[in-house]
Design a protein around this ligand. Sequence first.
Ligand SMILES: Nc1nc2c(ncn2[C@@H]2O[C@H](COP(=O)(O)OP(=O)(O)OP(=O)(O)O)[C@@H](O)[C@H]2O)c(=O)[nH]1
Ligand SMILES: [Mg+2]
Length: 316
Amino acid sequence: MSRVQSPRNPLEALVSGDPGALARAISSVERRTAAGRETLRAIQPHLGRARVIGVTGVPGAGKSTLISRYVGELRRANRRVAVIAVDPSSPLSGGAVLGDRIRMAEHATDESVFVRSLASRGHGGGLAPTTTHVVDLMDAAGWDRIVVETVGAGQGEVDIADASDVRVVVCAAGLGDDVQALKAGILEIADVLVVNKSDLPGGAATVNQLESMLALRAPQARDVSICKTTATTGEGVDAFAETIEARLAAEDPQRMHSPQRMRKLLAAATGNLLTKKLRELDEPWLMSICEMLQHGELDLHGAAQQVLHSGRVCDE
Ligand SMILES: Nc1nc2c(ncn2[C@@H]2O[C@H](COP(=O)(O)OP(=O)(O)OP(=O)(O)O)[C@@H](O)[C@H]2O)c(=O)[nH]1
Ligand SMILES: [Mg+2]
């Protein structure tokens, strides 16, 4: 996408793909300003092109290193790539934002790569509260692959499952007993399991362990792909990228996007408790509100009000 010389207004600059306009829009959304909220309303008709790849896994598994390599693969395929690192610091890797910047440094001069760190502090989940909004801004600005890195921890895993088109769980070779820990929840959300650091001893054994664990699941369980990578050298990352593209291609975009929009609406309207209740409501009615949202006839707040005051939520 070419850069616009003199955009007339910030929204125009944003949807024309100007990285500076995107950075400013993200900041105003993070600060929860009225302008930020207005931007989120105005971009609704521009949403739906981007695909979101959620990458989670224990601290130090090599998520950022893998993502940096993966970004290289996506760039070779001419994709515009945005990366969101949520709270990218961990006691194990001493990670921190600086470390992630260094790992992404090879893309620093590439205008088609946009990297942003978000803090999740003060919030129970692994995802920062504004993450889905930031994803929307990147989508509207024409970044067509958005990679979200989180440290898999409790509630955050559920968040990322909701916000992503493909869910990747990274673990390190030679997990040993940690494989058992993976059982608790993470396999339920993974589309792609990555055994990284396969240059270290135990790579093949870890893959075997994961494969037999997957084989024990019920026949109707989610189909999970396993990839083996060495992120530091890039080995296996091309196959990993292909696996994700195949997953994305297998999804029906229409089927994907409406439920995603609905989930956002539900979350904004009600918080976790009421969200559970709303899921039992009739879908056509919710979909009609989602459509108004999509066409910019309602903003998220207005749509949430409509849901809450419909009499359908508190009628039991
Ligand atoms: N031997 C080996 N080391 C790796 C590999 N991938 C990553 N590392 C190293 O593992 C450490 C952690 O890598 P990161 O990419 O920061 O891991 P992360 O999962 O993003 O860590 P947090 O964001 O802090 O949770 C770094 O020192 C990397 O160089 C690999 O394939 N093999
Ligand atoms: Mg990281």
